[in-house]
Design a binder for this molecule. Structure first.
Ligand code: 8X3
Length: 253
């Protein structure tokens, strides 16, 4: 039976990690979810588990605008009105300093974390304005705190933060809300992907840290999206208790 009061969220990168956790959290809170990602089997499994009336798998690579547009044009009526956009799809590639980094990896990060996020947001903006929607962009602590090997990844996340704040400014008076979420260490596939599949390196990084989980971030995203219409969370930075700040490094001659 169609429940008319249900809201719909579109989550990019919903096949794993923070995105998948967002899909679960929003469904639990009574939302419909358009779950996007490249891995069809994972999205199908999510829809089977949570209910095809709650989760609509939308299979495309965020960098492929034609595939994205075709998938969005084919959204079933119940999932077509987006009340919240969670721009989660993104990645880090490489941990080497700039002078040893791979340019192709830099370009992939910029295409995914910046160009695709901007392009999807631009495409959906008229509809988001009509719905007075909430836009939640996944940035990172790397937007604010540089670390060695963070180079382009940190640059893309600084873009996401500043773009979010700029969007807020442009959307003044529309009722659309925009938030930049800036997590620190979250144990997902993030570091396995960053290291080219090195599960041991990922396990070493998070060992003993008690890192944040995708579910921790999903709770925050859902909280942001559930605020009353007059409340905008501009930016929200969070870390596991065991991660914090250190001093500058000094190279001695
Ligand atoms: C990544 C945050 O702290 O794991 O977005 O580098 S951290």
């Amino acid at each position: 039976m169609k429940e008319i009061n249900m809201k719909t969220v579109l989550v990019t990168g919903a096949t794993a990690g923070i995105g998948e956790a967002c899909a679960r959290a929003f469904v639990k809170a009574g939302w419909r979810v358009v779950a996007t990602g490249r891995r069809a089997e994972r999205l199908e499994a999510l829809a089977s588990e949570l209910g095809a009336d709650k989760v609509h798998p939308c299979v495309f690579d965020v960098r492929d605008e034609a595939a994205r547009d075709a998938a969005l044009a084919a959204l079933p009526e119940d999932f077509a009105q987006i009340d919240c956009l969670v721009n989660n799809a993104g990645l880090a590639l490489g941990t080497q300093p700039a002078q040893k980094s791979d340019l192709a990896e830099w370009k992939t990060m910029i295409e995914t974390n910046v160009t695709s996020l901007v392009s999807l947001t631009h495409k959906l903006l008229p509809a988001l304005i009509e719905r007075k929607a909430v836009i939640v962009n996944l940035s990172s602590v790397a937007a604010t705190y540089p670390y060695t090997g963070g180079n382009v990844y940190g640059g893309t996340k600084a873009f996401v933060r500043q773009f979010s704040l700029g969007l807020r400014s442009d959307l003044s008076g529309t009722g659309v809300r925009v938030t930049s979420i800036e997590p620190g260490m979250v144990e997902t596939e993030f570091t396995v992907i960053r290291t080219g599949g090195d599960k041991e390196a990922s396990d070493r990084l998070y060992a003993g840290v008690n890192p944040l989980t995708g579910a921790d971030i999903a709770d925050v995203v859902l909280w942001v999206a559930s605020q009353p219409p007059h409340v905008n969370i501009n930016a929200l930075e969070l870390m596991p208790v065991n991660q914090s700040f250190a001093g500058f490094q000094v190279a001695r001659e």
